[in-house]
Design a protein around this ligand. Structure first.
Ligand code: NAD
Ligand code: TDX
Length: 332
C-alpha cells in the first residue's frame, strides 16, 4: 500500500487517524470530506507537506467517488453524520450520507477491487442493561435504537452483503465512545468541558446513570490502522479499551479536574430512546491482531483533553452558541 483514501478525514476521529498514519507509516493520504458543520480542516494542519491532500466532495456522489477510489490502494471510510441528537431532530442527512454514501463507496470499490475498511459503532447492537455483566462481542445481534445507529447498522449490512455477494475485500470495525482533541462541542464530553470553561454548568440527560465505554480517539485510530494492515477480509472487529463509566461519573470527574464542586451540574430532560449502556469485549482485536490501547488511564486522557479545549478556545467558541441554541430549543 502507498496511497489511501480516507473519507471523513477532516472530522474528529478521521483527523486523529490521519495524524496516526502520518506518525507511524510512509503512506500518503487523500482525504475526501464534504466539510459539513462537523468538519475541522484545521485539524489536518501540521501534517507533513505533500503527504496529505484534501478533496472537498460528497461520499454519496458517484462521479467524485469512482475515479478517486480507483487511484488508491485502500479506502478507510469514516465519513458519516455522527450525532444521535441531530438524528432525532432531522434524520434525512443520516440516511443519505450513512446509507447512500456507503453504498456509493461500495459500488466504486466493487468496480476497482480496492480494499475497504468500514468504520462503524457499537451502537448497532442496541444497549445493555445497567446490571448486566455482558459486553458486546462480534456475535451480538444487531438491534439499533436511533436514526443514527440504524443507518450505521444498515451501512454495516451493506458492507457484509457486498463482501459475500461480490467478493469486495472489506473489513468492519465497531468502536465504543471516543473522546480526545477536535471532538465537536455537540458531543457529551466537549459540551460539558466547554460549558464549564464558558462559565456555565454541565447538562446531564435524565438521571445520568447511562453508561458509555470510553476510548481515546488515538487508540481508535491505531486499531483501525491495525485492522487495515492485518485484519482478515470479511471480518468484523470490535474496538474498545475497557473504559466503562456512567455519565454522572464522567461529569463529576470533569468538574473536579476543572476545580469546581462535583455537584455543580444540571439534570435535564432525557434523550428519547436513550440507550442505557454500551460495553465492548475487544478480545478478538487484542488476541488476533495484538492491538493494545495507549491510553489505559481514562482520568489522564480526560485531563489531556481538557487541556486541549483550554488551549483552543477560538476553535470551539465558533460552534458553541449555535449548538447550545439547538439544545435549548428542546430543553436540554
Ligand atoms: P464527525 O461528525 O466528527 O466527522 C464526520 C466527518 O465526515 C466530517 O468531517 C464531515 O464533514 C464528514 N462528512 C459528513 N458527511 C459527509 C459526506 N456526505 N461526504 C463526505 N464527508 C462527509 O464524526 P466522528 O465522531 O469523527 O465519527 C467518524 C466515524 O467514526 C463515523 O463513521 C462514526 O460512526 C464512527 N464512530 C465514531 C465514534 C465516536 O465516538 N465519535 C465511535 C464509534 C464509531
Ligand atoms: O449534553 C449531553 N448530556 C448528556 O447527558 C449530551 C450531548 C449527551 N449526554 C449523554 C448521552 C449519552 O448517554 O452522554 C452520553 C454520550 O452522548 P454523546 O456524546 O452524544 O454520544 P453517544 O450518543 O453515546 O454516541 C457516541 O458514541 C458512539 C458518538 O456520538 C457516536 O458517533 C458513536 O457512534
Amino acid at each position: 500500500m502507498r496511497r489511501i483514501l480516507v473519507t471523513g478525514g477532516a472530522g474528529f476521529v478521521g483527523s486523529n487517524f490521519v495524524h496516526h498514519v502520518m506518525a507511524t507509516t510512509d503512506l500518503d493520504v487523500t482525504v475526501l470530506d464534504k466539510l459539513t458543520y462537523a468538519a475541522s480542516p484545521a485539524a489536518l494542519e501540521g501534517c507533513p507537506p505533500g503527504r496529505v491532500r484534501l478533496v472537498v466532495g460528497d461520499v454519496a456522489d458517484a462521479e467524485v467517488v469512482g475515479p478517486l477510489v480507483a487511484g488508491h490502494d485502500a479506502v478507510v471510510h469514516f465519513a458519516a453524520e455522527s450525532h444521535n441528537d441531530n438524528s432525532l431532530r432531522d434524520p434525512a442527512p443520516f440516511v443519505r450520507t450513512n446509507l447512500l454514501g456507503t453504498f456509493t463507496l461500495l459500488e466504486a470499490v466493487r468496480r476497482s477491487g480496492v480494499r475497504l475498511h468500514h468504520v462503524s459503532t457499537d451502537e448497532v447492537y442496541g444497549d445493555l442493561a445497567l446490571d448486566d455483566p455482558a459486553r458486546f462481542t462480534e456475535a451480538s445481534a444487531y438491534d439499533p435504537s436511533s436514526p443514527y445507529s440504524s443507518t450505521k447498522a444498515g451501512s454495516d449490512h451493506l458492507v457484509r452483503a457486498w463482501v459475500r455477494s461480490f467478493g469486495v475485500p472489506a473489513t468492519i470495525s465497531n468502536c465504543s465512545n471516543n473522546y480526545g482533541p477536535w471532538q465537536h462541542v455537540e458531543k457529551f464530553i466537549p459540551r460539558q468541558i466547554t460549558n464549564v470553561l464558558a462559565g456555565g454548568r454541565p447538562r446531564v440527560y435524565g438521571a445520568g446513570r447511562n453508561v458509555r465505554d470510553w476510548i481515546h480517539a488515538a487508540d481508535h485510530a491505531s486499531a483501525v490502522l491495525r485492522i487495515l494492515e492485518r485484519g482478515r477480509i470479511g471480518e468484523t472487529y470490535l474496538v474498545g479499551a475497557g473504559g466503562e463509566r456512567s455519565n454522572l461519573d464522567v461529569v463529576r470527574l470533569i468538574l473536579r479536574l476543572l476545580g469546581r464542586p462535583e455537584d455543580d451540574f444540571d439534570l435535564v430532560g432525557d434523550r428519547p430512546g436513550h440507550d442505557l449502556r454500551y460495553a465492548i469485549d475487544a478480545t478478538k482485536l487484542r488476541t488476533e491482531l495484538g492491538w493494545r490501547p495507549a491510553y489505559s488511564d481514562f482520568e489522564a486522557g480526560l485531563a489531556d483533553t481538557i487541556e486541549w479545549y483550554v488551549a483552543h478556545p477560538g476553535w470551539w467558541r465558533a460552534h458553541k452558541r449555535e449548538v447550545e441554541a439547538a439544545y435549548a430549543a428542546v430543553g436540554q
